[in-house]
Design a protein around this ligand. Sequence first.
Ligand code: BGC
Length: 432
Amino acid sequence: MSDADRARFAPLLPREPIRFAPDFAWGVASSAFQAEGGDVANDWVAAARAGRVPPNPGNGFWTRAEQDLALAASLGLRHYRLSVEWSRVEPARGRFDEAAFDRYRAICDAAVAAGVAPWVNLFHFTHPTWFAERGGFLEPANHADFLRYVERAGRALAPHARHFHVSNESMVYVLTGYLMGTNPPFVRDAASAFAMTRHVLALHADAFRILKALEPQPTVATIEVYLDPRPEQPDDALQRQAAERFDAWYHGVLLEALATGWVRVPARAPEEIGHLRGALDCYGFNYYNATSFGADGPGSWSDRGDPPVDAMGRKVFPGGLEDGLVRVARALPGVPLLVTENGVPTTDEAFRIRYVAAHLAALERARQRGADVRGYFHWTLVDNYEWHFGFGPERFGLVGFDPATGARHARASARWLAEVIRTGVLDPARIP
Ligand code: BGC
């Protein structure tokens, strides 16, 4: 790491040792398609064929999961967030593939055998092509298809995993797929995005009920990324308004909906959705960076003139994690929080370690301010496919792999985090 980056990070790092309780949940997060890759019949593979996103050979998790889970356990990580690739278990509408379910059952069993709790997420950005071709979630007649899959997957895996998520970042799915048009199905239409907001919340409520009815009854947590919108120049009225309007839709609607059951989307009549109020056992909070609204559109935000910047060009701002956790805790009193993703694309291990240390310090500050944060899941264990960067140099893994052999190699950040977990102390003197 350069001396300049060292100096940029210095004010963000903890000055005193931070102690973590023995029951603090240390984990890693991943998603099916990003780790498994392969020639599955989903909308991202179709988009890659059309040259709109990079191809995804995967990192080998589909066949090497047992080794990866053992590696996680050896680092002291006791929780592993994975997801089910819907197109594997239901490759054609109504035709479920028991062999694919068997593999997911075996992965969950391998986790438990290694002393790692699997957290099973059922939707992480990818749809089977048959579902995408029918119009996806935007078409209300399709909702029953998703709920049937949730029910089948839940029944298949509930005996093997105690923790479930309906979806990952459904608001990002709506934002990127229907408002910005950068992800499948590449739509840019505010009316569709607002309709989708209502649909993903209604689907969450229905899927939550389905999962909570399973035997044995699992815990079901949401997962949303905190984007922390801010005006680039606080005294610019237009930028302030843009950030506030975005925040009211993106964070405001979601938090109000979970707290009250009411969905108030711009340009649509308010709607109360049955069973949405309180439809979560735990709030999964993802965080990478804050978002600025400036003259050139959205970017990343920092309160410093010269912040550290990651390999994807994002300014490092741990304060967003602190403030976001406190905000969610206040909006949803009594709901435990879990950081379900946080990590950084970099090729520099000192940068990664400092990024994590700075965010763990922010997490601790949020706890001091009353947020009931029960754990930290790092994104991710083994380098995986990054949606618009493929397997470029922007790697998020604590562990790298050899593309020719698949062999894993733990990085310095993995060893550093394992030491924090083992001792229960983040010691500033041990930050490189
Ligand atoms: C997503 C991941 C993604 C990560 C890093 C998160 O918001 O859930 O799928 O890889 O960000 O960009």
